[in-house]
Design a binder for this molecule. Structure first.
Ligand code: ADP
Ligand code: DP6
Length: 315
């Protein structure tokens, strides 16, 4: 029996689109921040009494579709046709745009690596983790992490050494399971969006600029690049044959608040993923001022203060 813990990460430069669906190869490289309060704890046990894998998520035994999805991933580690019992729980809302697939697959692969005695390094492991969920490549690492595009061999995650005062204030607009998964919507965007090519080109430039901004610990530049990159990702969805948006009225209200905060000289930038929740990028000096004004439009229970978190580990 092995238990592992991995933290979710929020991308500052987004992964949005696979150039190879079966190998989970992204069109572009992405860069993220792993967050302390959002995590998954997963226990994997080989069980010779089982005739197929068993997957229990947040106390609920998952249906055949979810179990088959996870079994395909276990196959990368499985030895001697042994089935496993997987029990996992997330410390935050699942499938709501808070990166549960990232922490979920990072914790799972970390646990499977040990349970089947593979002894892969985190870098090697991230290559395999990629095939569970792309964003999970980055959750094996703490702090700032990159997932580089490339081929099957060269597309993996790694951590950046930068440590700095950065805080993400997460505004939970809706914690319900989203109607359209990241996976399905990024696929449709690749196929349909009139803006997809422009996204790939701009995101490559954003990635290079972000690497410099993170190396120089330049929070202002990090914030400005992250905002533009996120909104461009959302713009690709608006340019689908059937336009789609994850933003809700409350999301827009928070974005406007962030712009007002900045006009008041407060450090505040925003990013958004495949869901309506907004992540406000700030620092420990201005965090209280951000929360004070955010509390006027959002219940305290729906505000998560997230500092950088560690890489995945065996408990
Ligand atoms: P999110 O924004 O939360 O990442 P996604 O739709 O991208 O939402 O991914 C959610 C999916 O990730 C779930 O439907 C489930 O298949 C998978 N997932 C979530 N949590 C876990 C976990 N702890 N272990 C394994 N898989 C998980
Ligand atoms: C918007 O990693 O969930 O959060 O690889 O199909 O599992 P799959 O997709 P997933 O997509 C994450 C998309 C994103 C941006 C990001 O995290 O980089």
């Amino acid at each position: 029996m092995t238990t592992a813990k991995a933290h979710a990460n929020i991308a500052l430069i987004k992964y949005w689109g696979k150039k190879d669906e079966s190998l989970f190869l992204p069109f572009t490289s992405s860069l993220s921040l792993t967050l302390d309060p959002l995590y998954t704890i997963t226990t994997v046990s080989k069980d010779s009494t089982l005739t197929k894998d068993l997957f229990v998520l947040n106390g609920v035994t998952q249906n055949s579709q979810e179990t088959e999805k996870i079994s395909k991933f276990v196959d990368y580690f499985r030895k001697n046709n042994q089935f496993v019992r997987i029990e996992s729980s997330n410390s935050f809302a699942t499938a709501a745009g808070l990166a549960s697939s990232a922490s979920g697959y990072a914790a799972l692969s970390k646990a499977l690596n040990q349970e089947f005695e593979w002894r892969y390094t985190d870098l090697e492991l991230s290559r395999i983790t990629r095939k569970g969920s792309g964003s999970a490549t980055r959750s094996l690492f703490g702090g700032f992490a990159v997932w580089q595009t490339g081929d099957d061999e060269s597309s993996f995650g790694y951590s950046l050494p930068t440590q700095m005062d950065i805080v993400m204030v997460i505004a939970v607009v809706d914690d319900q399971k989203k109607s359209h998964s990241s996976r399905s919507m990024m696929k449709r965007t690749v196929q349909e969006s009139a803006y997809f090519e422009a996204w790939v080109q701009q995101s490559e430039r954003d990635f290079s600029d972000m690497l410099i901004a993170v190396t120089e610990r330049d929070l202002r530049r990090i914030g400005l690049i992250a905002e533009r990159n996120a909104m461009m990702m959302h713009a690709t969805l608006l340019a689908n044959q059937t336009p789609f948006f994850y933003l809700q009225p409350k999301s827009l209200e928070i974005i406007q608040l962030v712009q007002q905060l900045r006009e008041q000289g407060i450090v505040a930038y925003y990013t958004m993923d495949a869901g309506p929740n907004v992540k406000i990028i700030t620092n420990s000096t201005d965090q209280a001022k951000v929360i004070e004004q955010l509390s006027e439009i959002l219940n305290q229970d729906n505000i998560i203060i997230a500092k950088p978190g560690p890489g995945a580990s065996i408990l």
